[in-house]
Design a protein around this ligand. Sequence first.
Ligand SMILES: Cc1cc2nc3c(=O)[nH]c(=O)nc-3n(C[C@H](O)[C@H](O)[C@H](O)COP(=O)(O)OP(=O)(O)OC[C@H]3O[C@@H](n4cnc5c(N)ncnc54)[C@H](O)[C@@H]3O)c2cc1C
Length: 406
Amino acid sequence: MENTVIVGGGHAAAALCAALAEAGQGGRIQLVCAEHDLPYQRPPLSKSFLKKADEAIASHKAAAWYAEQGIQTHLGDPVVSIDREARIVLLRSGTALPYHQLVLATGTRARTLDALPPGLHNVRVLRDATDARALRTRLNEMVASGRRLTLLGGGFIGLELAASARQLGLEVGVLEVAPRLLGRSVSALIAGHVLAHHRSMGTEVQIGVHIEGCELVGERLRSMQVDGNRVEVDELVLGIGAVPETRLASACGLAVDNGVLVDACMRTSDPAVLAIGDCAAFLAADGARLRLESVQNANDQARSAAATLLGREEPYRALPWFWSEQGPMRLQMAGLLPPISESALRSGANAGSFTLFHLRDGRLLCAESVNAPLDHMMARKLIEAGVSVDIEALTNPAIPLKSLLG
Ligand SMILES: Cc1cc2nc3c(=O)[nH]c(=O)nc-3n(C[C@H](O)[C@H](O)[C@H](O)COP(=O)(O)OP(=O)(O)OC[C@H]3O[C@@H](n4cnc5c(N)ncnc54)[C@H](O)[C@@H]3O)c2cc1C
């Protein structure tokens, strides 16, 4: 492998470092990250980290590991430009790093609202450790002073945060402009279940709302006009999704369309440049272009990219899976929800737990599990195996899913 610069220090970058170090190539890697922390686990930021005042950011690997592997890290020093002709990346500090191969693992950035100017003191997003540290401090102050948290957007991160804030004892309101929670990532049945779950936790959830205006006073958002009513705002967190961080790629002329375009081996329109993780829009086996935002996708694409960098072809064909923890509810998905499918419900081992399967022509394509981790694991195996399954057997909890593998 030749000298490789990895831009970004998230899940994809960490997994790529691990895969290349395992192949004995750590000494050829330079890792450049805009953040000051070494690569760390992002999922806890909306869950346990917010609820436990003493929980630390969970690094993937300690600083000593990077040193042992010979990986040079450049933290808190983002790449500001890429010269593809000269094969050099320029960091904000002025450092210029030459590369033979470059990997973009720049993730996403939180979407903001045009109606709200940046820098308002009581409006935030939750994307990284800096956001999470500040939010945790603020939530604890709010608990002490009995303030209310408003979340704009009923997506995964917003709902996880809503549940965490409720568990801290805060009053929480969620405003969602779409007619249901979680957009099109989950089925209508699961969206309804999630809505009921949050309401049962005491969160005031409004769906299908119209935000008609925002009242600003100085550097603060005082209220929002929602469906003709004035809603006072103590603290607002925007959970309205993320946009792929493709600015560097666009600026250096790589092909970009809702993500950096890559082939199944993670190569961009320039074969010397790869892109992985949330920022990459890849070619799936059926020829569709997909961009996924999940830890699984980041990890598996990193493995595929490592193979490419090491001169092997290992196209990314992994089954997508995802999890979300919203208070006591653990939602797990395997496969992608097909637009049209036949659905079948299987009760889980514990009260209130279940899995909703989605099939087409007898083949299992997707499974959505609520507090049913073992069924989720088996569903992954069944989908990967591509076997035809009998709906009667699938929905009968007395028949072990394992037996359907054949
Ligand atoms: C609060 C939260 C909770 C989540 N929970 C879950 C969950 O429960 N389950 C799940 O599957 N997924 C979850 N996700 C999504 C998951 O974390 C992402 O899919 C994953 O982090 C993607 O990895 P990545 O490496 O592509 O991007 P990121 O992890 O976002 O890393 C991108 C990195 O690139 C850096 N960067 C960007 N531009 C530059 C530049 N110019 N120079 C240098 N560095 C740059 C960024 O600072 C960042 O560190 C969650 C995400 C968040 C924010």
